[in-house]
Write a protein that binds this ligand. Sequence first.
Ligand code: SF4
Length: 377
Amino acid sequence: METTKVIEFERPQMDIGSSCVANAWARVPDVPDAAEKLALKARIRQLLKEKQAVLVAHYYVDAELQDLAEETGGCVSDSLEMARFGRDHPAQTLVVAGVKFMGETAKILSPEKTILMPDLDATCSLDLGCPADEFTAFCDAHPDRTVVVYANTSAAVKARADWMVTSSIGLDIVAHLHAQGKKILWAPDKHLGSYIQQKTGADMLLWQGSCLVHDEFKGIELDLLKAEHPHAKVLVHPESPAAVVAQADVVGSTSQMIHAAQTMDAEEFIVATDNGILHKMQLAAPGKRFIVAPTAGNSATCKSCAHCPWMAMNGLRNLLHVLESGDNEIHVERATAEKAKLCIDRMLDFAAAKKANVRPSADLAKEGKLFAGIGPA
Ligand code: SF4
């Protein structure tokens, strides 16, 4: 039986600062009234068509943007599917409603396309908490480790990595690397890294970043809420603290959580992720009841209260503005993009192999395709 390795916790930890979060909330646009909404949406539909552009949105953005994306032939999804969809769609302009690393990933995968975002300052606490120079020094100090980074990182951090993963495939990829005898350097989310480490038994050094939203879910208060709803199933994103993950009926990415809500035999769910997901959950499972997991409690400081301020910066007005003006284009320096693409392609190849039911550990490794040019064994 696999023995679980002790995780060393003296790893870098970056403080993103509360002023940064307050600034993000200050930038969240006002909600337009009903008449303005109608006018904005009509004009956005028209411009998407005229400019042959497609809207790619994350589950955490405003429900109006999610609906517009679907209705106009775009997509609403998690970051893995957003990356795939943008790469494979024939449109020459992608409008990415999400946060900056998602726009950068789209640009890296499709350098010939124009990538626009409603607000270029929409970022992520994980990305902010993992600056490329400190991260590079950390990697250089551990040259015997394969570097695996979460999607929520800058292009420069990805350029230093061997693999990129998303929450929907991170566990599989680390299990695969562990089976190959590799030791892992993981960044930036400490909770997701710890969850994967415990599940796989892999030897992992963890960067100490966290998601502002998920870090605030509280284990004790969740326990109390469960007692009030004894039949509710608990769906948890693995960026949440271990005390919350431990109480989950399902731990998974946003897509996996929506699938669970749709297919599980329960009428009520407690959901530990950004509350933007409830829109899609409710559409996928009409008639079921969803309750946001608690972020309050004795130890709470609640800066986000289950909603990401950077995701909330995406609105109808700034979406229309970028379509009209062409402002807020994403650029990634070419050499950085080329390096970063290697680790993203490895993940996408792995995901495609998994979907096709190819056994990655045998077939792909034999081809040498996934491991060409990557770090230590
Ligand atoms: S919800 Fe968390 S992980 Fe997602 S963009 Fe916001 S801060 Fe980053």
